[in-house]
Design a protein around this ligand. Structure first.
Ligand SMILES: [Zn+2]
Length: 131
């Protein structure tokens, strides 16, 4: 995963979102990350600290929520959650799986200051084409 380019894209998106809401500062960026993405939030935070200097996002904190990997088994038909380290059906052990979720990456919400008032702005999501 290329956290630097992800962070650049993320920052751009957050700044334009903050501007559209007349926010003076971004405090928190909450991300949802599918476990299969292999994105390391600490890396994003480090890049963000570098890239956001002098912008409304300066000093913003990354909060990440990991979304589970969900699959449906093509053999037994059951759905279940698996870990990226054990990619097989939790019910029958089959490797013939259909991925239902686990590759997401989007902004859940932004916490911003608007004229000194704290406000939470919901976001429509940031999907990246990294397939
Ligand atoms: Zn199965």
């Amino acid at each position: 995963m290329h956290e630097l380019s992800i962070t650049e894209h993320l920052l751009e998106h957050c700044i334009s979102e903050a501007k559209s809401r007349n926010a003076s500062r971004i405090r928190v960026i909450r991300l949802c990350i599918g476990q299969l993405r292999g994105i390391v939030p600490d890396c994003i935070q480090i890049y963000l600290d570098m890239l956001s200097e002098g912008t409304v996002a300066e000093g913003a904190q990354i909060e990440a929520e990991f979304l589970p990997v969900k699959v449906q088994c093509r053999d037994c038909g059951q759905e279940g959650e698996i870990t990226p380290h054990r990619l097989c059906c939790p019910h029958c052990g089959s490797l013939n799986l259909k991925l239902l979720s686990g590759k997401e990456f989007y902004i859940k919400s932004l916490e911003v200051d608007i004229d000194g008032n704290k406000s939470t702005a919901s976001d429509h999501g940031l999907e990246r084409g990294c397939e």
